[in-house]
Design a binder for this molecule. Structure first.
Ligand SMILES: NC(=O)c1ccc[n+]([C@@H]2O[C@H](COP(=O)([O-])OP(=O)(O)OC[C@H]3O[C@@H](n4cnc5c(N)ncnc54)[C@H](OP(=O)(O)O)[C@@H]3O)[C@@H](O)[C@H]2O)c1
Length: 262
């Protein structure tokens, strides 16, 4: 791992979140990261900001990297990779593109190219992300070990069967948007009663982070955690009853269902 180099083909929101997570957690020195993008000037600014190397094109990134992370929009994956298929051989090719599972790569990568499809989410930037690994891949054991070690610095790595990737990705990838809406709404309620806005966001976000960590640490059923803060005839149960009346849980279930139907 100490000598490995990492390349990003595409250096937009997700690639930068990943680079930030890897660098800030000390998983890799910035000098061992290479990246390319379409807009050269913007890439140079971003490369300078993170202390990484900007490359002119995907071929240059691939030639300099042991682990090649494909981080362009899904509709560009084939267009960007097909001209450089030769250079991808002998590399560990890691996709972060949504809806690009193993079998879709098999249709156009050269035979025996080593590749793995993953789905990271934006909290990787602070080392608290989720990175889903598709169970089916063609990396060697050593490549998989190295990629797992590198990605673990950015958060929780979970291996998921291909048929569950979309549902798992809905929780990890769309969940930050749903959770941000909850944080905003919770804060709005408190601001309605005079709490300063900045403080309300800080408290709401830490409460979400802490509740999630408590659930992971204890393994408790979420219903038990809810019961634990609802004393009979108390204030919290009044809020829980209001949420039920407004259909909070069915709204969340419908949100996941709507994503799955797209
Ligand atoms: N954002 C998320 O929350 C999230 C979550 C999971 C997975 N993903 C996946 O991550 C991938 C990237 O998404 P994103 O949100 O980071 O998109 P983005 O911000 O639009 O970044 C895309 C990057 O690709 C570059 N690019 C475009 N054409 C290129 C080319 N021909 N050669 C090299 N680079 C090129 C863009 O360069 P310019 O900026 O110079 O145009 C940009 O740096 C997608 O496949 C998406 O499905 C994203």
């Amino acid at each position: 791992m100490e000598k490995l180099t990492v390349g990003f083909i595409g250096f937009g929101n997700m690639a930068q979140a990943m680079a930030q997570g890897m660098i800030s957690k000390g998983a890799i020195e910035p000098g061992r990261i290479y990246a390319c993008a379409r807009n050269w000037d913007r890439l140079c600014d971003n490369a300078k900001h993170y202390g990484i190397h900007g490359c002119r094109n995907a071929k240059e990134v691939t030639e300099k990297s042991d682990i090649v992370i494909v981080a362009v929009k899904p509709y560009l994956v084939e267009e960007v990779l097909i001209p450089i298929l030769d250079t991808l051989k002998g590399k560990a090719v890691i996709s972060v593109a949504v809806n690009f599972p193993f079998e879709r790569y098999e249709e156009f990568l050269l035979p025996d190219t080593h590749h793995l499809s993953t789905l990271p989410n934006t909290p990787v930037a602070v080392g608290e992300g989720i990175i889903l690994f598709e169970e089916k891949h063609s990396l060697t054991e050593e490549e998989l070990r190295n990629v797992k070690e590198l990605f673990s610095a950015m958060g929780m790595v979970e291996t998921v069967d291909g048929k569950h990737l979309k549902a798992a990705g809905t929780i990890s990838g769309c969940g930050p948007a749903f959770t941000a809406m909850f944080i905003e709404a919770l804060s709005d309620g408190a601001v309605l009663h005079g709490l300063p806005r900045e403080l309300s966001y800080k408290l709401a976000s830490q409460m979400v982070a802490g509740t999630g960590k408590l659930q992971l640490a204890t393994g408790h059923h979420p219903g038990i955690m809810k019961d634990g803060v609802c004393s009979p005839g108390g204030t919290t149960i009044a809020g829980v009853a209001a949420m039920e009346r407004e259909g909070f849980r069915s709204a969340v279930i419908d949100a996941v269902d709507a994503v799955m139907k797209r």
